[in-house]
Design a protein. Structure first.
Length: 153
């Protein structure tokens, strides 16, 4: 009995000593990311529009007036970079996907251009991968995507 109590005490002490991950604070990260994006745009003399969702965008070419909806399937070419250091983490010259299967920043941003259009999206981490590391993307990363919408399928 004494051994069981000691074992139980050790287990409880061990579990209570475990460090818990802090809760992801969306509002705090959104504010931090907004400040980072504004500073980046200012430092690089980039004119961008602030979407009410929190992402920023620059329409390079508007396209032909055939706009996608959040439920559309689209084909795009894109380059994704980390805002923090400019490193390219992904690119594709012909990527087809439902807009319901991509990060929120894409779903919101792509609706600002039509087929044939090109846009640069400055996506806060809250509209991307938040506090999850994804392949070459560190957690809480602000992302920059240059995307050309080639078709709506």
């Amino acid at each position: 009995m004494k051994k069981a109590l000691i074992l139980l005490f050790v287990m409880v002490a061990g579990l209570s000593a475990c460090k818990k991950d802090p809760v992801y604070d969306t509002a705090a990260h959104a504010a931090e990311d907004d400040a980072k994006i504004r500073q980046y745009l200012s430092d690089n003399k980039i004119s961008a529009v602030a979407d009410p969702s929190g992402l920023y965008y620059t329409v390079v070419t508007p396209g032909n007036n055939n706009y996608p909806r959040s439920s559309s399937n689209v084909t795009v070419s894109y380059v994704g970079k980390l805002m923090s250091n400019g490193n390219t983490f992904d690119s594709n010259t012909s990527f087809t996907t439902p807009m319901t299967s991509v990060i929120r920043g894409w779903t919101v941003g792509l609706q600002h251009i039509s087929v044939g259009g090109t846009i640069v999206l400055y996506i806060p981490s809250t509209q991307a991968y938040q506090d999850v590391e994804k392949d070459a993307i560190p957690k809480n990363s602000v992302l920059i995507f240059t995307i050309t919408l080639t078709s709506i399928n």
